[in-house]
Write a protein that binds this ligand. Structure first.
Ligand SMILES: [Zn+2]
Length: 433
């Protein structure tokens, strides 16, 4: 595919975007002035892509067009002189299943209907493909051919996978040397350039940023690239135009806080466009071993006051000592009368088979934490029994088989038997039906 030579500014090429506004100080920068974070607030001052109301049409969207979010330029910051992301991005991203459950084998869940949005059905099996698709499309817009990110998990796999299918884009991934082998394998299989950093994730993040500056690479890292939020916000569109009634509550796993922050941004943009009337309450769920945002929410902290806190949880995708997107995450729950609640690793592990056996949706620990958070939220009164609840599963259980095996007490529960009917009868007699 040939792309036109870049002759005009981004402001002219993406006229439906007014600019990038700092979520802390509120200063609005043009698309040509700022790239990642607010120049005066620094890394905590993440930027919102602000839609320009003067270029928008106050029409109600046709729900039948819901699969076409990637070409809806009133909602997405896509340049008018390029093909739309659904043409430039080779893999199909988003439009994931929305399941509604009222009948399950679990008696408690039978009296508590709920819905699941299963984002493990994205190309690399996680929600993060939404962000990578938008960022890679924007890389084409600005003429970048190398996109880099620091990550230990799903965001890295998403960038590697989306880029693999794009002849114009090469992915560079910075991962701590301690990253799980399975995740490094996914990156290598997709053909990404992988740099193992002998240090922490935070150090990998910082050196990735430095390398991007030196080599002129485009930086996709979570929490600093405003276009990641624009990709992630497509989830709000799909929830709003699912054909189901709008949920009262959406439960979202929270690590760096960018998924919940972007979900809010999507609903807020849809409301600004006049396409929805109400935004669901957003409930963030953190692991108790990595709960900096729960602490900030409970103590009503300003994101600028937050300090790093120890982060240790089985749900590696939501392990963050100082969440990068803390400002957007806190705004999401404060603006929607939501909450951020903590669940223990043991509750997360229990939630993996509980969700899978009730719905057939096999979630990684982070995804299962949203389900665990709903149950804890009901118990503690953060969520009312009558509220329509949507659980967001952000990643496939196949991403973390060790945790999955732990959740069902390991291989030790199964003993091989001889293929003889006497043995089979004994085994069947032990089943609990
Ligand atoms: Zn600022």
């Amino acid at each position: 595919m040939d792309y036109p030579e870049l002759k005009t500014s981004l402001t002219e090429r993406i006229p439906q975007v007014e600019g990038l506004r700092c979520v802390l100080c509120g200063v609005l920068y043009s698309l040509d002035e700022a790239k990642y974070v607010c120049p005066s607030c620094g890394p905590v001052g993440t930027l919102d892509v602000v839609l320009n109301p003067n270029v928008l049409w106050p029409t109600r969207v046709d729900p039948m067009r819901r699969a076409l979010v990637w070409e809806e330029e009133r909602f997405m910051p896509i340049a008018r002189d390029l093909p739309k992301p659904n043409e430039t991005i080779a893999l199909r991203v988003g439009d994931t299943p929305y399941y509604h459950w009222s009948e399950t084998k679990n008696p408690f869940l039978r009296s508590h209907p709920f819905a699941v949005k299963d984002d493990s059905k994205n190309p690399t099996a996680s929600f993060k493909d939404r962000a990578s698709a938008m960022v890679v499309h924007h890389a084409l817009t600005i003429g970048a051919s190398v996109v880099a990110t620091a990550s230990t998990g799903n965001a890295a796999a998403a960038l590697a996978g989306i880029s693999a299918a794009m002849p114009q884009i090469q992915a560079v991934i910075f991962v701590p040397a301690t990253a799980p082998q399975a995740k490094i394998a996914q990156l290598l299989v997709y053909g990404a350039k992988v740099i193992l950093v002998d240090g922490t994730y935070d150090e990998a993040f910082d050196i990735c940023w430095e390398a991007c500056e030196e080599f002129g690479w485009y930086n996709r890292s979570t929490g600093i690239n405003p276009f990641t939020s624009e990709g992630k916000k497509t989830i709000a569109w799909e929830i709003s135009f699912s054909g189901y009634e709008m949920p009262d509550v959406v439960c979202v796993p929270v690590g760096d806080g960018s998924i919940i922050g972007s979900t809010y941004k999507g609903f807020a943009d849809l409301k600004k466009l006049g396409w929805i009337d109400q935004i669901p309450r957003l409930i963030g769920v953190q692991a108790s071993g990595s709960s900096a945002l729960v602490h900030a929410w409970e103590n009503n902290l300003d994101p600028r006051e937050m300090q790093p806190r120890p982060a240790q949880t089985i749900a590696d995708s939501i392990s963050a000592s100082l969440p990068r997107d803390r400002a957007k995450a806190l705004r999401a729950v404060r603006e929607t009368n939501g909450a951020i609640i903590r669940v223990t690793d043991s509750e997360i592990l229990d939630a993996i088979p509980a969700l899978a056996q009730a719905t057939g949706v096999f979630a990684e620990p982070a995804g299962a934490s949203a389900f665990a958070g709903w149950l804890v939220g009901l118990e503690k009164g953060y969520i009312h029994e009558k509220e329509r609840v949507l659980i967001l599963n952000t990643g496939s259980g196949l991403k973390d088989i060790n945790s999955a095996m732990k959740s069902v007490h390991g291989v030790g529960v199964l003993r091989p038997v001889k293929p003889e009917m006497d043995e089979i009868r004994k085994a069947v007699a032990k089943f609990e039906w």
